[in-house]
Design a protein around this ligand. Structure first.
Ligand code: NAD
Ligand code: USQ
Length: 386
């Protein structure tokens, strides 16, 4: 396939681009490098020393003899260039990672809320609008989040996107299939719930073929391809805005920094290893919806864990103490979480589950680059309410 990867310079996008290129697909990365600019704004770099995008692509060419194209384009603001790109490149599919993805960053200030809304909603809508205007039959695969369902105890196993409901009326009970009610916990997560409505509309109105992947928290850093050469290394975010919980705990253990459990640590979340992320995208691309089919929604998760249990596990493995931090977020103290993930399992996903070996491998990566860590950036600074 000929595939455009929007956001292909990011944490999930870069290993996905390599994986797809390695499989023999023709890959073009489109990215405005805004994530690298946010590193500058926050004065905090990836723990791992990521190469420039040109070096990454050059290295991949040297190693694999495969060429990945790159275009620097802001898909949220440069609609005409985006349309030209689709019209000229004529991709079979596009994978859309290009959004501001950190909940804490989205809650930092009015400026950050507005940026996240404008960037994410316009990025998604521009892609949809440009696909229609191009007249080309392009499959869109979007990276959404488990956070669209909300993180309170739902009392049921969270289905994959849709809920079958009965609406009582005077004479009969009407049956309907609706999008699972949205319950976002941050401005960032809210943009993902709005993306889901865009998809429903464009699927119904224009017959677009769309897959929306509700992904859990991604952990790990490298994949088979990024491990081939240090210049291909993937990002490792550890700061209070972009670092996600398990990677943060592993990095904290590497520098003997007490593990930062927010509040009671009673939140249960869904997780997936980065190697499974790239596999799931492959599976989604290989199993596109047919024209006229409703949006395909998959829960892209392999396991669920309670935050304080993860901290205890890392503490036991590494001897690092746990600290309780006032929760900067507004979220339930405790929640139960059970999630359907049958669809990817049926397509052949063989999940990588959390193991001592893998945790220690990631800790070793963190140790190797621990001299790059700025300890002042570890504690959370964004608050959900002043
Ligand atoms: P990331 O910030 O590392 O990567 C996003 C990339 O998109 C960056 O390279 C950035 O420069 C680019 N980008 C952002 N806005 C753009 C625009 N307007 N035009 C062009 N490029 C733009 O994030 P990530 O962790 O790789 O996440 C990728 C996607 O996966 C996001 O949509 C995120 O919501 C979703 N996701 C991530 C996780 C996770 O744990 N990392 C979990 C669930 C879902
Ligand atoms: N947490 C801690 N200590 C920390 C960091 C986080 O206790 O040091 C807690 C948070 O309070 C929260 C949970 O861990 O309850 C998860 O936080 P996170 O920062 O790891 O993940 P989150 O903000 O939910 O966002 C991440 C990605 C986002 C993606 C989402 C998937 O940044 O792009 O959409 O995971 S999900 O969580 O399933 O919605």
């Amino acid at each position: 396939m000929r595939i455009v990867v929007f956001g292909g310079d990011g944490f999930c996008g870069w290993p996905t681009s390599l994986h797809l290129s390695n499989l023999g697909h023709e890959v073009k990365i489109v990215d405005n490098l805004s994530r690298r600019n946010i590193d500058n704004e926050l004065e905090c770099q990836s723990l791992t020393p990521i190469s420039t995008i040109s070096n990454r692509i050059q290295t991949w060419k040297e190693i694999s003899n495969k060429h990945i194209e790159f275009e620097n384009l802001d898909i949220a603001t440069e609609y005409c260039r985006l349309l030209d790109l689709l019209t000229n490149y004529k991709p079979d599919a596009v994978v859309h990672f290009a959004e501001q993805r950190a909940a804490p960053y989205s809650m930092k200030s009015p400026k950050h809320k507005i940026y996240t809304v404008q960037n994410n909603l316009n990025a998604t809508h521009n892609i949809l609008c440009a696909i229609v205007e191009s007249g080309i039959d392009i499959h869109l695969v979007h990276l959404g989040t488990m956070g669209v369902y909300g993180y309170t105890t739902s009392g049921m196993k969270i289905p994959e996107g849709y809920l079958d409901v009965e609406i009582p009326s005077e004479s009969t009970r009407l049956k309907s299939r609706i999008l699972y009610p949205a319950s976002p916990g941050s401005i960032y997560h809210m943009t993902k719930t709005q993306d889901a409505l865009f998809f429903q509309f464009y699927s119904n109105n224009d017959g677009l073929r769309i897959t929306d992947l509700h992904q859990g928290v991604v952990w790990g850093t490298n994949t088979k391809e990024t491990n081939l050469d240090e210049r291909l290394i993937n990002r490792f975010d550890y700061d209070g805005d972009y670092g996600t919980v398990l990677n943060r705990f592993l990095m904290q253990s590497a520098i003997d920094f007490p593990l930062t459990v927010y509040g009671s640590g009673g939140q249960t979340r869904a997780f997936i290893h980065i190697q499974d992320t790239v596999k799931c995208i492959q599976l989604a691309l290989e199993n596109a919806p047919k024209s006229g089919e409703p949006v395909h929604i998959f829960n892209q998760v392999t396991e669920t864990f309670r935050v304080r249990d993860l901290a205890e596990l890392v503490a036991q493995l590494t001897g690092t103490p746990v600290q309780r931090v006032d929760n900067p977020r507004i979220e339930a103290d405790e929640n139960e979480l059970e999630v359907e993930n049958e669809k990817f399992m049926k397509l052949g996903l063989d999940p990588i589950t959390l193991s001592e070996g893998l945790l220690m491998e990631i800790k070793q990566v963190a140790e190797k680059y621990s001299h790059r860590c700025d300890k002042d950036k570890i504690m959370p600074k964004s608050k959900w309410r002043n």
